[in-house]
Design a binder for this molecule. Structure first.
Ligand code: SF4
Length: 350
């Protein structure tokens, strides 16, 4: 199989909606690593806020400025969404990124609409809003400017320290309780992170981001996501300890989720990097998900059930208590929502 430098996977499995599959039978130099450039495509979506009614997900509304994610985490449960674009969950997902250049304008129109009910909007509900191209395009930043102007609350989850670039906007939003930021940390092991989530910020940079954000008065938390049974589960207490020391006040976790083609991507990745751990990981997943590798049932996905699930929950809870996390409830407010255009009208009505 061809190898790609700095990517989460080397595979491009068939799209589950396609009837015909292309299989490459010959590869000139399978062991040689090849550099594969990321390509960007214009996404002409006409709406920007997506709604879901999943009872086990925080926040019904979300914005995804980018489709696909260059961070390339091998375990990413958003990978199968690329199949709706006639692409693959594999290398396509991390190298063919669709960009919603109109996102800030569409967001402004949505929030200014009379039909808009002020509510928390999730950023990175699907793919990371601070993935590398955001450094240049600044679309997430422009969306934050819109959210800040309307004082509409936002909850950001990211694996990239780039979020600290926007501290100027985020700290203003914090004054109105309209922002929280969660850094997502899977492991503090650099070697593991570099092959498992190759283009995310290194673990110590994520901790630095927590410190800078919380020092700026922005409510900051840590997502231990995903917890990989048999591979990273033992790191939970340590991650919470360091996150707390950096200033994280809130925490949550998500268990590994392997929908559709992500299962094989992940199992093949284990074969390549951690063959000795594979059986242990598989056994734990089967324990969590009723003898399957994944169960998408609400409240089971992302948590699992049974004795092992309970054990992880308890370790997480005890560690949070020990390190002073989740002492206060995180609450975002819609009380200060205002339409910046209506300010003009107010002036005229004086
Ligand atoms: S950063 Fe998030 S969205 Fe991007 S690949 Fe990793 S898990 Fe997926």
């Amino acid at each position: 199989m061809q190898k790609f430098k700095g990517r989460g996977t080397n595979q491009n499995p068939a799209n589950r909606f396609d009837k015909i599959e292309y299989i490459a039978e010959h590869c000139e130099s399978p062991e040689e690593e090849r550099k594969l450039e990321t390509k960007y495509f214009k996404d002409n979506s006409k709406t920007i806020v997506a709604f879901n009614d999943s009872p086990d997900i925080y926040g019904n509304a979300s914005i995804n400025v980018y489709r696909g994610c260059e961070h390339g985490c091998v375990y990413c449960y958003a990978r199968p969404t690329h199949e709706y674009l006639s692409l693959s969950t594999g290398i396509d997902f991390e190298t063919k990124i669709f960009v919603k250049h109109d996102a800030p304008k569409l967001l402004y129109q949505t929030l200014a609409s009379k039909n808009w009910q002020p509510q928390v909007i999730m950023m990175s509900g699907n793919t990371d809003c601070y993935q590398p191209v955001e450094k240049k395009l600044k679309l997430t930043r422009a969306c934050l400017e819109v959210l800040s102007a309307f004082r509409n609350p936002v909850c950001i989850v990211t694996k990239n320290k780039l979020v600290t670039r926007d501290i100027d906007i985020l700290s203003k939003m914090a004054e109105f309780k309209t922002v929280s930021v969660f850094l997502s940390i899977t492991s503090l092991d650099n070697r593991l992170a570099s092959v498992m989530e190759p283009r995310t910020s290194k673990p110590h940079l994520k901790l630095e981001a927590i410190k800078e954000l919380s020092d700026a008065g922005i409510p900051t938390g840590i997502m231990v996501a995903p917890v990989i049974p048999g591979l990273t589960d033992h790191e939970i207490p340590r991650i919470l300890k360091y996150a707390s020391a950096a200033g994280a006040k809130h925490a949550s976790f998500v268990m590994l989720r392997l929908p559709y083609g992500v299962k094989n991507l992940f199992l093949n990745w284990l074969d390549e990097y951690f063959p000795g751990r594979k059986q242990k990981v598989v056994n734990k997943l089967r324990e969590l998900y009723g003898n399957k590798l994944y169960d998408s049932t609400f409240y089971v996905r992302g948590r699992g059930k049974g004795a092992y699930a309970e054990e992880v929950r308890n370790i997480f809870k005890i560690s949070c208590r020990k390190f002073g996390i989740n002492k206060e409830r995180l609450s975002l407010s819609t009380a200060h929502f205002k339409n910046p255009e209506e300010k003009q009208l107010d002036l005229f009505s004086i």
